[in-house]
Design a protein around this ligand. Structure first.
Ligand SMILES: [Zn+2]
Length: 189
């Protein structure tokens, strides 16, 4: 297709039920014109706000908390940085290799379960979150309301332990209670 035809397609002919089509074309352009389906899927995952928010929460509650405590990273104004002097290319390469080695060892030990657990932990759809908030209204552990602290939707049985995204497995917790619960759930990490 020639550029004017492509532009016409994108601007007026593309029938959209979701953002997928323009996103795919944009990702192909960013990748220099071609990409594997896996590369495209990474781009889709990065553009998916709900999974981005899921990983934000997971990063804050797990690795960031530990790595800050160990003074490995610093967080200033929402920016995370390695707590070290600037590294040469060779130093970066060896540190990256060490990280990759630990990841590979861990995956070898645990098998594909590592990724299954992450994949299963898909976020609760916003329509379902709304239903749960409407049903519970206050923290189901301490009774805090939205004026006391931010309310979150929690899996009663965690996703990592096979809990579902069904409304019967969801409850409202305030952030401090949810944090306390996820700390005790996640001790294995
Ligand atoms: Zn609470």
């Amino acid at each position: 297709m020639k550029l004017p035809d492509l532009l016409t397609f994108v601007r007026t002919k593309m029938r959209m039920e979701h953002v997928y089509q323009p996103l795919l074309i944009k990702l192909l352009l960013e990748a220099g014109g071609s990409a594997t389906v896996t590369q495209l899927a990474r781009g889709f995952a990065a553009a998916d706000e709900s999974s981005v928010r899921f990983y934000e929460q997971r990063i804050r509650s797990m690795p960031l908390r530990v790595l800050r405590g160990r003074k490995v990273v610093l967080v200033e104004n929402g920016v995370v940085r390695l707590n070290t002097t600037s590294l040469t290319y060779g130093q970066k390469t060896s540190l990256m290799a060490a990280c990759e080695e630990r990841i590979a060892d861990f995956v070898t030990q645990r098998g594909d379960d590592v990724w299954v657990a992450l994949g299963q932990a898909d976020p609760v759809p916003s329509s379902m979150r709304f239903k749960v908030l409407k049903r519970d209204r206050i923290c189901q552990l301490c009774g805090s309301g939205p004026k006391d602290s931010p309310l979150e939707v929690d899996h009663i049985v965690p996703r990592s332990k096979g809990g579902s995204n069904e409304i019967s497995n969801l409850q409202v917790l305030c952030r401090p209670c949810n944090q306390g619960k996820s700390n005790s759930d996640d001790t294995k990490f």
